[in-house]
Design a protein around this ligand. Structure first.
Ligand code: FMN
Length: 380
């Protein structure tokens, strides 16, 4: 790096640490930590004018667990770019055994770093299963390994999972849900929160209040509701208003989730559900800084959305990081992410078309580079 640029970077980082807001300080520490000066410099310079203060200290934004999509690498990247209060691992299937430590560590490498991503965001291990005792012993092991919290999945609609007594199928038996939460709560130290993620129900929300009351009575710390039934799958709309009656009934924090793609959706979801806390899934992949946009919007601050050239930079980083881990499926994760990004960035469609048939990492790198040049040319 040119010595003047280095000097300027250090000066900005120093000033940010000295006098900056919490976010600026965070960005500055990121710069030091990752040592990737040019990209981080851009963010440090960009962000201060747009700094999105949280609308209320209690309004949290969580990153949704997404099996096969939001893995360790993606959590690392999204929590660095966005502003999340917590993440959750992909679900770990619990059937009839106490799983070895290496399974938890594979799903949650953050256990090695105080159960946090490198940008400091807490990560909870998520468990999925139908047997209270087995869930409890596995939860205890996750806690012993240092998980910041345990999240229980009662929302997964996948047939293979549901057929084996896990995920959303359990919602037809509120008493079983309660028993699992209770067993897990009793098994882990009180200092370790136990959160629960559910859908509205199987086909309708008629049992929702019974399910939620049971979860609260069992001692859960928090409940996230994906505002759709199992039957709804992932089809829009999400029925945020169905959460409101249970939100009023419960004293534990309730988080609204489902179909939040932009700041207007976030407003509407908050308004209809009466929940201030949000969980973002696909929206955070389509728009990696959506959490920042939502915070800025809620506090009436201007914010410039992440421009396409910076997204390309992230795509390149993601490809570099995931490629060694998925050698047999070179580029699959990149293509998968581009499918989400297409929704927000028209240029992602063009890149997707360029790489969709490619299986060779050199060819994929060249395609990304070509699109980087196009993006930079268009930006000037
Ligand atoms: C590909 C995919 C994988 C998912 N994996 C999980 C999971 O492992 N655990 C879980 O609780 N929810 C999982 N979900 C559900 C999401 O966490 C979230 O509830 C859902 O996508 C709705 O939020 P969204 O509309 O913001 O995406 C998954 C969803 C998708 C699309």
């Amino acid at each position: 790096m040119h010595i003047n640029l280095l000097r300027e970077t250090i000066r900005i980082v120093y000033l940010s640490l000295l006098a900056g807001s919490k976010y600026q300080q965070h960005s500055a520490l990121q710069t030091l930590y990752h040592g990737c000066f040019p990209a981080a410099l851009i963010r440090v310079i960009h962000v201060p004018q747009n700094r999105p203060a949280s609308s209320s200290p209690r309004a949290r934004i969580l990153l949704a667990p997404m099996e096969g999509v939001v893995d360790f690498q993606m959590r690392e990247l999204l929590t660095r770019i966005g502003s999340f209060d917590r993440c959750v691992t992909e679900f770990i299937r619990v059937t009839d055994a106490l799983l070895p430590a290496r399974v938890f560590q594979r799903y949650c490498p953050e256990l090695e770093q105080d159960s946090r991503t490198r940008s400091g965001t807490e990560v909870y291990v998520q468990l999925l299963g139908g047997d209270p005792l087995i869930m409890a012993v596995n939860a205890r092991r996750a806690a012993e390994l240092g998980s910041a919290g345990i999240d229980l999945n009662f929302g997964c609609p996948a047939r293979t999972v549901n057929r084996r007594d896990g995920g959303s199928t359990l919602l037809q038996h509120p008493a079983r849900v309660k028993a699992i939460v209770q067993a897990v709560r009793d098994a882990v130290p009180h200092s370790v929160p136990v959160s629960v993620k559910i859908r509205l129900g199987i086909r309708d929300s008629s049992q929702l209040s019974e399910i939620c009351s049971g979860i609260q009575q069992a001692g859960a710390s928090e409940l996230c509701i994906h505002a759709r039934t199992r039957q709804d799958g992932y089809q829009p709309p999400a029925f945020w208003s169905h959460i409101k009656p249970v939100r009023e009934l419960l004293s534990m924090p309730v988080v609204v989730n489902g179909e939040i793609w932009n700041t207007q959706d976030a407003d509407q979801a908050r308004h209809e559900s009466q929940c201030s806390d949000l969980m973002l899934g696909r929206g955070a992949l389509a728009c990696p800084d959506l959490s920042m946009q939502i915070r800025a919007h809620a506090s009436g601050q201007a914010y410039t959305a992440l421009p396409w050239p910076e997204v390309l930079e992230l795509l390149q980083q993601s490809f570099d990081n995931t490629n060694p881990a998925h050698r047999r499926h070179t580029g699959n994760r990149l293509k998968q992410w581009l499918v989400y990004l297409k929704r927000q960035y028209p240029m992602a469609e063009a890149l997707f078309q360029s790489v969709k048939q490619l299986k060779d990492s050199h060819a994929i790198n060249s395609a990304i580079e070509r699109h980087r040049v196009i993006a930079l040319t268009q930006a000037h």
